[in-house]
Design a protein around this ligand. Structure first.
Ligand SMILES: O=P(O)(O)OC[C@H]1O[C@H](OP(=O)(O)OP(=O)(O)O)[C@H](O)[C@@H]1O
Ligand SMILES: O=c1cc[nH]c(=O)[nH]1
Ligand SMILES: [Mg+2]
Length: 220
C-alpha cells in the first residue's frame, strides 16, 4: 500500500513495498551496469504505475461473457496521455505503457544546466490542446524540481486537468518547490522514495547518480 502524505494540496505517494525497495537498492548501487539499470527502471516503473493509475478515469460498460451479460470497466476516452521527459524519462516509457497500452504518448525534451540548475526545453511533441486530459509525466529524478515544475506548468497551460508525475527518486527540496510553485493545482507525485537532501551540485543524496548517464552508458 502506498504511504499517502498530504503536503498542502499536492498529493505525494511514496510507494512502500519490499519489491520496490529491493529493486531501488540495486538501481542505486554504483556497480549496476546500464543493461541492468534499464531493466530495473522498467520493472520499477510498472510497480509505480500500478499505484499511479489508481485514479485513472474509467467508464462502466455492459459486456457479454460466454455465460451472462454483466457490467465491466473500461478506460475513458480520451485515453490518458503519457509524457516522458527526455532523455532519462524515456527509460520509463515501456514500463508505463505496459499497463496503459492504449495511452497516447507525447514527448518533452528538457535539460538542466549543470551550473545554474535551471531547466530548459529543447523539444515538445504533443497535442496543443490538452483540455480535460489526464496526464502521466515520467522522469526518474525530482531534484530541485525545476524540470517538473516547468513541464507541469506547460501541460496545465494547455488545458490538462489532472497531472501525475511518476518519479523513481525525489529530494525533499524538490517536493517543497513543487508544492509551492504548483499550489492548488491538480498535481500528484508518485515516487519509490524521498531521499535525504540535495548536494551542492544539485544531485540527490544518496540518490543513484545521473539517471540519464546510467541508463544510456554515457558517464565519464
Ligand atoms: O529536478 P531538477 O533539478 O530539474 O533535475 C532533474 C532533471 O535532471 C535530469 O535530467 P538531465 O537534465 O540530466 O537530462 P537528461 O535526462 O538528458 O540526462 C533528470 O532526468 C530530470 O529531468
Ligand atoms: O541526482 C540527480 C539529480 C538530477 N538528475 C539526475 O540524474 N540525478
Ligand atoms: Mg542527466
Amino acid at each position: 500500500m502506498p504511504v499517502a502524505v498530504t503536503v498542502g494540496p499536492m498529493r505525494l505517494h511514496v510507494v512502500d513495498h519490499p519489491l520496490v525497495a529491493h529493486k531501488l537498492s540495486t538501481l542505486r548501487d554504483e556497480r549496476t551496469d546500464s543493461p541492468t539499470f534499464r531493466r530495473l527502471t522498467d520493472e520499477l516503473v510498472t510497480l509505480l504505475a500500478y499505484e499511479a493509475t489508481r485514479d485513472v478515469r474509467t467508464d462502466t460498460v455492459e459486456i457479454t461473457t460466454p455465460v451472462a451479460v454483466t457490467r465491466g470497466t473500461r478506460l475513458s476516452y480520451p485515453r490518458p496521455l503519457v509524457v516522458p521527459i527526455l532523455r532519462a524519462g524515456l527509460g520509463m516509457l515501456d514500463g508505463m505503457t505496459r499497463l496503459l497500452p492504449t495511452a497516447e504518448v507525447g514527448f518533452l525534451g528538457m535539460v538542466r544546466n549543470e551550473e545554474t540548475l535551471e531547466a530548459s526545453t529543447y523539444a515538445t511533441r504533443m497535442p496543443d490542446d490538452l483540455s480535460g486530459r489526464q496526464i502521466y509525466v515520467l522522469d526518474p529524478m525530482l531534484a530541485t524540481g525545476g524540470t517538473l515544475v516547468a513541464a507541469i506548468r506547460m501541460l496545465l497551460e494547455r488545458g490538462a486537468t489532472d497531472v501525475t508525475a511518476v518519479v523513481l527518486l525525489a529530494a525533499p527540496e524538490g517536493v517543497e518547490v513543487m508544492e509551492r510553485e504548483l499550489a492548488g493545482r491538480p498535481v500528484t507525485v508518485v515516487t519509490a522514495a524521498v531521499d535525504q537532501r540535495l548536494n551542492e551540485h544539485g544531485y540527490i543524496v544518496p540518490g543513484l547518480g545521473d539517471a540519464g548517464d546510467r541508463l544510456y552508458g554515457t558517464a565519464g
